[in-house]
Design a protein around this ligand. Sequence first.
Ligand SMILES: *Cc1c(COP(=O)(O)O)cnc(C)c1O
Length: 482
Amino acid sequence: MNPITFYRSEPFPIEFHKARIVQKLHLVPVERRLAAICQAGFNTFKLSTRDVFLDMLTDSGTNAMSDNQLAAMMQADDAYAGSQSFEKLLKAVQEVLGKTFFLPTHQGRAAEHIICKTLIKPGQIVPMNYHFTTALAHITEVGGHIEELLCDHALILQSAHPFKGNIDTDKLEHSIQHHSPENIAFIRMEASTNLIGGQPFSLENLTQVRRIANQHDLKIVLDASLLGENAFLIQQREAAWQHKSLGDIIQAVTSLADIVYFSARKLSSSRGGGIATNDKDTYLKMEPLIPLYEGFLTYGGISVKEIEAMAVGLYETLDPDNIRQNPDFIAFMVNGCSHKGIPMVTPPGVLGAHVDAMTFCEHIPQSQYPAGALASAFYLCSGVRGMERGSVSSVRDENGDDIPADVELLRLALPRRVFTLSQIKYAMDRLEWLFDNRHLIGGLRFTYEPPVLRFFMGSLEPVSDWPQKLAARFRKDFGNSL
Ligand SMILES: *Cc1c(COP(=O)(O)O)cnc(C)c1O
């Protein structure tokens, strides 16, 4: 698996890039971290990066750019309409994703907005492998409903199943029969299902989904935001594809979907997004919405410089040395932590390392947001900012009661090509300390809750003075150290 064979060392992943521009980081003392997380309402989204050492909140818009991307940005053809930079991007989409038509958007959720507005009628169902927060919000906004048809292994957090992102095709057939095809807007497949630990689907599974879609004349919409890594894991884990190139695998995946959309903040660059298809009718339905909501068709609401970076980034997706950096570093982190007994989501996925907060904090009831509490506690003891992916990121039902999330995860995202192995080891060391002191972590409750996507701006407070006690224990164990 590792492209390098070691002499005596245990295998570890190696960077196939060098740092040429660096940005200084600060690690503030634990007392400041305690004050900062209190001010942030125990919501890591509301921390200032002034107080953050390693920012593992997300891989969205925080990946390192390549020298070739920066060089291309300098050559941007800044024009409102007809920019040659867009022609380069269109060509990259055609060559890498194998789709003829392309509509640029300012980010992934904007693509979701346009697809949902065009393809969903009120009351229609969207079956999918799993939801993503913004996709769910846009489907609901236009009166649609989601149906999640994950395979049985998906929510078994410690598992050896290589493709936990697979849809259950029996459930899919049953759902189509049950609702009847005209009440289904489309089938949504998400590459590397973000919210359950970046778990991929297999090409075999997607091929079956295509067969079912054809039988009922349904469209498949592919969320390709994490497609590069999903393709890499297909190469690693699906025997039939291990000798194929990433480019072949990517095209095999996209050729099975009618519409491919993505967030270029993850796939290819640090800004932008878009919708690609070979279906001219659907393209023509969506096209007028781009100037209305995004910007003219050749820039889609982002700067032309970023259009250039996306084009180069799409080609870089074909390079295994580039794509493997993220899954390889994540595997190092997940395997290392699992080895210490820390409950991690396995097998290692993409996007980041995911900690099973319900097991880590088994003494905290789900109603007190164990994943949110763990994210705050981990920041407190390390300066590392992760993201809650559990019930805080969920929604309430019509009675105003919390809908408990299927899984409570602390996500430690690894933006692509940003962190060094020593920084990852530091995060692992502090996570081990926190695991040994986990009984000190307590629950949280909301003090302010926005009506939609509450996890972004909501505020919480601890149910006791546990953060102070945890900080005191840190001081006791680490002395004057940061
Ligand atoms: C990030 C993401 C989105 C939304 O993209 P933005 O650019 O953040 O709006 C949609 N789907 C998946 C799978 C994502 O990871």
